[in-house]
Design a protein around this ligand. Structure first.
Ligand code: NAP
Length: 481
């Protein structure tokens, strides 16, 4: 450090603790520098101080910004601050990075951690970290910590997301950053070279990426079935009988749409697995990639399942309120009064009682298993299960849930499948349409678990390849002639 810089440091240095003079400064390796005294800079500085690091802030206005900074930190001008530590966090917006150009010499050999994010994807031609590297070619730039927020940093390690992603060209520089991250209570994941920086910068801009497709499917199905049922029930009754039953939209129609969408989405959860098995059987190997659409579909099975559980839950709630609905209470009273008035009695029908109880019981059992599937998809529960336990619940119990819910729907249809009055305007009711997909999935699954197919698929999953022996004759030669 030149004499001029030393005197500059003295004049610019603002000690934030009255004890600062008495407390010896930590060695340079234990000191880190933070450029920028904004929201993220301050939160990060506080966290670094709590972890035992000496923190030196680099600011444009060290005197005016000092009052906001955490106690124990120092604040200097950028040039002086950069001399006090090997590792410098750049907590400044990318738009202002040109202030670093005149400091290029002082920053030579230093590790610069780029924390910046953008407002939207592809805002700039290159990643912020690559831009920073081009401005300060002599420094080692590491992208990292940008997925944390100032708020989560302030709340301590127990509250915030514990993972930070980093990338950069220099292994030593990354190791230095990983060491700091670990001391702060984070687990750092090295994502590779600086070319990955754009991906890391896009992380915080993601909006439920894995939920997008399942949400679109559920909204599309709900809208399609709602209008289909509206035409079949409400509009049909109005056109053919002049009857206004529009009040049924709120509960009756909703209580038909929810189970229909739930069952279709549960089938969509298990269909890709079945398709993947048939594809492996057809190809005779597991060493070929699935088509992209199937890969994407398989990756969002958990979200499909959770949404279908949500719809099943709504169906349960709508069903529970049926007895307290005005229209239901009215018709029950009306029916009872008319029986008394006409001095009529009705006979107890054991078949109907059996049918009703079986239909309700299958629904309850199906819903119980549904909830179990939902619980076992929680990360904390997954961590407590072995792979075998997890696959037993998600695959075996999952297919059983689909079977119970499908049987529940078949029993709901019962003897109406063959009655012509069911097909209003020659259209089948919603519950019939929704039975197509689960029936296909269950049929295909049944084929897969037949012993001969199951044996082949198990061999393929253990690495066997059909035709491998012909392709590589050496493999089939006996070892002992
Ligand atoms: P901020 O509150 O606006 O603070 C930015 C700081 O940059 C200012 O306090 C200022 O510090 C300095 N600065 C402003 N103009 C400058 C210029 N022309 N030249 C040099 N320095 C200048 O921003 P922030 O929220 O802390 O965010 C800082 C960076 O971290 C951004 O790139 C952001 O994308 C990223 N980030 C923020 C969060 C968050 O939760 N806030 C989370 C992840 C990533 P001085 O006045 O002391 O010079």
């Amino acid at each position: 450090m030149t004499g001029q810089e030393r005197s500059e440091e003295k004049s610019e240095c603002v000690s934030l603790s009255p004890m600062m003079e008495a407390v010896p400064a930590p060695p340079q390796s234990e000191r880190v520098c933070v450029f920028g005294t904004g929201d993220l800079g301050r939160s990060l500085g506080l966290r670094l101080l709590q972890a035992g690091y000496g923190v030196v802030f680099g600011s444009r206005r060290p005197h005016s910004s000092s009052s906001l900074l955490p106690h124990g930190a120092q604040v200097l001008g950028h040039a002086a601050a950069s001399q006090s530590a090997h590792l410098i966090f750049i907590a400044v917006q990318r738009e202002h990075y040109d202030f670093l150009v005149p400091l290029a010499n002082q920053l030579k050999g230093k590790v610069l951690v780029d924390l910046s994010n953008n407002l939207k994807k592809n805002q700039y031609p290159e990643a912020n970290a690559e831009y920073l590297q081009s401005l300060v070619p002599g420094a080692e730039v590491v992208k990292g910590f940008n997925t944390l927020s100032a708020w989560s940093l302030q709340n301590g390690p127990s509250d915030a997301n514990r993972q930070v992603y980093i990338c950069g060209e220099s292994v030593e520089a990354k190791q230095a950053v990983i060491a700091v991250a670990t001391k702060l209570g984070f687990s750092a994941l090295d994502q590779g070279f600086l070319s990955v920086a754009r991906e890391l910068e896009d992380f915080p801009l993601q909006l439920f990426p894995q939920w997008r497709l399942p949400l679109r499917i559920s909204i599309g199905l709900s809208a399609a079935f709602f209008f289909y049922l509206l035409i079949r029930y409400v509009i049909y009754a109005y056109v053919t009988q002049g009857e206004d039953i529009s009040f049924r939209i709120m509960v009756s129609l909703a209580n038909q749409v929810c189970p229909i969408v739930s069952l279709i989405m549960l089938s969509l959860c298990y269909l890709p697995g079945v398709l993947a098995s048939f594809l492996q059987l057809y190809r005779g190997t597991k060493y070929r990639r699935f088509p992209n659409w199937l890969d994407r579909w398989m990756l969002c099975r958990k979200q499909l399942g959770l949404l279908s559980l949500g719809f099943a839950f709504l169906h349960v709630l709508y069903t529970l309120i049926i007895p307290i609905r005005y229209s239901v209470m009215f018709w029950v009273t009306e029916h009872t009064v008319s029986l008394i008035r006409e001095n009529r009695t009705t006979m107890f029908d054991t078949t109907t009682a059996w049918h009703d109880d079986s239909y309700l019981s299958l629904g309850i059992l199906g819903f119980g298993l549904y909830v179990l599937l939902g619980i076992t998809s929680l990360p904390s529960v997954i961590n407590a299960l072995s792979w075998r336990e997890f696959s037993f619940v998600q695959s075996k119990l999952g297919h059983l849930t689909l079977l119970l819910c499908t049987a529940h729907t078949y029993l709901y249809g019962w003897n109406r499948f063959l009655s012509s009055s069911t097909y209003k305007w020659y259209t089948p009711p919603g519950y019939m349409l929704c039975l197509v997909l689960p029936s296909v999935v269950l049929l295909l699954k049944l084929l897969l678990i037949t012993p001969c197919v199951d044996r082949t698929i198990t061999r393929i999953r253990q690495g066997w390849e059909r035709g491998a022996d012909q392709r590589n004759p050496k493999d089939s030669q006996p070892l002992i002639p």
